[in-house]
Design a protein around this ligand. Structure first.
Ligand code: RTP
Ligand code: MG
Length: 148
């Protein structure tokens, strides 16, 4: 079973959209293996967005992601990385199709509500940044083979 790291960014918390976004994730059939509210520090931002630190937009990205609390989710389910990316929409909310999270709730390129790992390798790296192994709960139910 695949896991991915999802962040509900400061704009999602500020706009009180977390419950609705989390409901969409559960509605799709995914489950949460880890849930945590925290504030991203500049150090954590540089670690998480290591691939973007040298890019021109990084200072704006850091000031945004550190501007308020976020919710970190470890989301688990079949092909969780790819399916969650599809559910999120494009980086720029204005390019995102209706029915996606960014396409339904946003208009900004920077304040785009949600982060999702972009590969299985990124997911493993990012989950380890936000969660200790003992904070992730593995559960299985008898229904799962039927659900998936
Ligand atoms: P994320 O990493 O947050 O899930 O978003 P993403 O994969 O869709 O986009 P990515 O290319 O990884 O960029 C990370 C975040 O940086 C901001 N960004 N600004 N040209 C720009 O001004 C620009 N490009 C990216 C966005 O907040 C994006 O989510
Ligand atoms: Mg990305």
């Amino acid at each position: 079973m695949e896991r991915t790291l999802i962040l509900l960014k400061p704009d999602a918390v500020e706009r009180r959209l977390c419950g609705r976004i989390m409901a969409r994730i559960e509605d799709r059939g995914f489950k949460f293996a880890g849930v945590k509210m925290l504030k991203v520090t500049p150090e954590l931002s540089r670690q998480h967005y290591a691939e973007h630190v040298s890019k021109p937009f990084y200072p704006l990205l850091e000031s945004f992601i550190t501007s308020g609390p976020i919710i970190a989710l470890c989301v688990e389910g079949p092909e969780a990385v790819r399916v969650m990316r599809d559910m999120m929409g494009k980086t720029n909310c204005r390019d995102s199709a209706p029915g996606t999270i960014r396409g339904d709730f946003g208009l900004s390129r920077q304040m785009n509500l949600i982060h999702g790992s972009d590969s299985i390798e990124s997911a493993a790296r990012e989950i380890a940044i936000y969660f200790k192994p003992e904070e992730l709960i593995a559960t299985t139910s008898a229904l799962e083979p039927w659900l998936y």
